[in-house]
Design a protein around this ligand. Structure first.
Ligand code: ADP
Ligand code: MG
Length: 629
């Protein structure tokens, strides 16, 4: 039975390790930048071509390597950063395992040029897929240049797995920013296709934040500082006024390493109690310093989660530090947040004054007489029964997509009969509800109860509709219907802004929006990039007028927290968030026309019984007659 077990060849085990450490071009950027920082560089340049697919070059002015070290650094577990195994337990920051370069070299074409200050000549090496190709002396500046070309050239699965250039570049920008945040005392440059994305001068942490996020942030920062035995907290949080609906602006560092730590973040949020509108997130740029022995090093080097000991006291300290910072800066809790502005019907139907419609009453109509169901087209123009939306709901107007939806709005707005052209094209469809909504029995009256509900008489009894949830369902399906039609359906479910709204974002966010532009447009949100950190919003999804910023924030939330890489997933999330933002609160008295339209629109949905969050939109009473027996 000999010869069954083989030791994996070195380059194979390197490739396996690479699978863990190097997931995408951004991982290379991170590893090389961290190495440069570890090498004592004062300035680090990152030059990227084709989002890192073609080339990633990192230039530093650090200590450099001897010719022997330059050869060694590509070996697995070669590191100058661990003297003994004991050091493993005192790892201050990054997960040093001596794996990064070996991994990178096994899946790319790497060129290394390096010189120590004390050496007269440097050395240049070329390495292809773990194999040293060439080594020669080279006259070069002190420091190190790594150039990584054709990443994943020998791992097609990985290469094919890469996302669009925009997505990969966004990951690179994220990693770049994290390292740059952690080291404000160093200079950093990032270029893509030879164009400057960032040029960060050395400075204070505050200057670094402003350098990365933009000058506007300067006035929004509240300093936080606290020194205790457990933890030192240093940095800034954002004023509540600048809070956004995305979690994107959270930069938390533990001992110089970027981390995501939900509990720490929640502690920070608690410090804002009463200051933040629900669902909004403050800027966080905090550096925590703890005893390295108390950070769990058993965390994978590429992971950004950490485990901290003495968590409870630490969380309490972070919270009180932030609270004190906010208090010291007079961020009074009485700030008036005008976020959830109540429903205003002009949002529901932009540009129109909601008036009680004049209904031409059919004198022969008898609400207690059951009439034969008719199709919408056959009914148009027949007195009371011609309430256009109800008829169309039954006819399944929604099958025509978002444009039709808008048509229905128009019809209601002008309170006219639907034209044959609109109604006649609709395909007949079964009512979506379990109960049978008979067109001929279209209720003359729909009551609004306690502001928030509609009471709709039906043949079987009474149906109560939750106004806000119903509206959410209607909007949600309308946004997605528009997207499904590629947005080509006459652009109806979108509202152009008379005055485009310009907003400042981070460069990474602008790249992300640019990346998502086709889908955003399909869903009615149109943005133009006006500068690398500025966009102009020219159109918003239906009912989002006056909420352009919210619409964009919803998109950025999925960029920061996911889902992002799957177009359908992210579009669904946008639709959900937008519907949530735009749906009326159910606090205003609605005209009969508005009440009818909500019911009709809801009845026309594919899933009318639940809202996008899965909550019921309606309930039925069908035992009224029984109760009187
Ligand atoms: P690690 O960073 O965990 O030690 P790496 O594979 O990233 O593992 O790097 C291996 C070694 O190569 C480092 O320990 C360091 O000695 C050397 N090295 C890597 N990059 C540089 C650099 N930019 N300047 C000087 N030395 C470097
Ligand atoms: Mg390293």
């Amino acid at each position: 039975m000999s010869g069954v077990i083989h030791k994996l060849p070195e380059h194979v085990s390197n490739q396996i390790a690479a699978g863990e450490v190097i997931q995408r071009p951004a991982s290379v950027v991170k590893e090389l930048m961290e190495n440069a920082v570890d090498a004592g560089a004062t300035a680090v340049e990152v030059h990227v071509l084709d989002a890192g697919r073609t080339s990633i070059q990192v230039v530093d002015d650090g200590v450099g390597m001897s010719a022997e070290d330059a050869r060694l650094c590509f070996e697995r577990h070669a590191t100058s950063k661990l003297a003994s195994a004991e050091d493993l337990f005192a790892l201050a920051t990054k997960g040093f395992r001596g794996e990064a370069l070996a991994s990178i070299a096994s899946i790319a074409h790497v060129e290394l040029t390096t010189r120590r200050a004390e050496d007269e000549v440097g050395v240049a090496l070329r390495c292809h897929g773990s194999e040293l190709q060439d080594e020669r002396p080279k006259a070069c500046a002190a420091g190190t240049v790594f150039q990584v070309r054709n990443l994943f050239y020998n791992v097609p699965a990985r290469r094919n797995f890469l996302k669009s250039d925009a997505v990969e570049l966004r990951h690179i920008v994220d990693e770049f920013q994290r390292v740059a945040f952690a080291h404000p005392e160093l200079a950093f440059t990032l270029t893509h296709q030879h164009a400057n994305l960032f040029q960060l001068r050395p400075g204070t942490f505050r200057q670094r934040i402003v350098g990365i996020l933009g000058a506007k942030y300067d006035e929004r920062l509240v300093p936080v500082s606290e020194q205790t035995d457990v933890v030192a907290v240093e940095g800034f949080v954002g004023k509540p006024q600048g809070a956004r609906r995305t979690r994107g602006e959270q930069f938390l560092f533990v001992n110089g390493r970027f981390v995501k730590h939900g509990l720490v973040y929640r502690a920070i949020l608690r410090a804002y109690e009463g200051l933040l509108p629900e669902g909004s997130h403050p800027l966080v740029a905090l550096r925590l310093t703890v005893d390295p022995a108390k950070v769990d090093v058993n965390i994978h080097p590429t992971k950004v989660e950490v485990k901290l000991e003495e968590e409870q006291p630490l969380l309490a300290i972070v919270k009180s530090a932030v609270k004190r910072g906010l208090g010291a800066h007079n961020v009074a809790p009485s700030i008036d947040f005008d976020v959830e502005s109540g429903l205003n019907l002009s949002q529901l139907r932009p540009g129109t004054v909601v008036a009680e419609p004049t209904i031409s009453v059919d004198p022969s109509y008898n609400p207690f007489r059951s009439t034969t169901p008719q199709t919408s087209s056959s009914r148009s123009g027949s007195g009371v029964g011609s309430s256009p939306t109800l008829g169309q709901a039954h006819g399944g107007w929604r099958s025509g997509g978002a444009a039709d939806w808008k048509e229905v709005y128009k019809v209601m707005e002008s309170d006219e009969q639907p034209s044959e052209g609109v109604a006649g094209e609709r395909t007949q469809r079964e009512p979506p509800l379990a109960m049978d909504w008979e067109v001929g029995a279209a209720p003359l009256e729909i009551l609004q109860w306690k502001g928030a509900y509609l009471l709709v008489p039906t043949d079987e009894g009474v149906t109560a509709v939750h106004i806000r949830r119903a509206h959410m369902r209607v909007l949600y399906e309308a946004y997605l219907a528009r997207a499904a039609s590629g947005g080509s359906s006459s652009g109806a479910a979108s509202q152009g802004l008379v005055v485009p709204e310009e907003i400042t974002l981070t460069k990474a966010e602008v790249l992300a929006l640019d990346d998502a532009r086709p889908q955003l447009k399909a869903m009615g949100l149109e943005v133009d990039v006006v500068a690398e950190d500025r966009i102009s919003i020219t159109a918003v999804p239906t009912d989002m007028t006056g909420r352009a910023r919210d619409a964009v924030d919803a998109v950025l939330a999925s960029y920061h927290d996911g889902p992002w890489d799957q177009a359908t997933d992210r579009m669904e999330r946008w639709a959900k968030t937008w519907a949530h933002q735009a749906a009326m609160q159910g606090t205003q008295t609605l005209s009969l026309a508005a009440r009818r339209r909500i019911v009709a629109d809801l009845w026309g949905c594919t899933q009318p019984q639940i809202d996008p969050l899965g909550r019921p939109t309606m309930t039925h009473w069908t035992d009224i007659e029984e109760l009187f027996r």
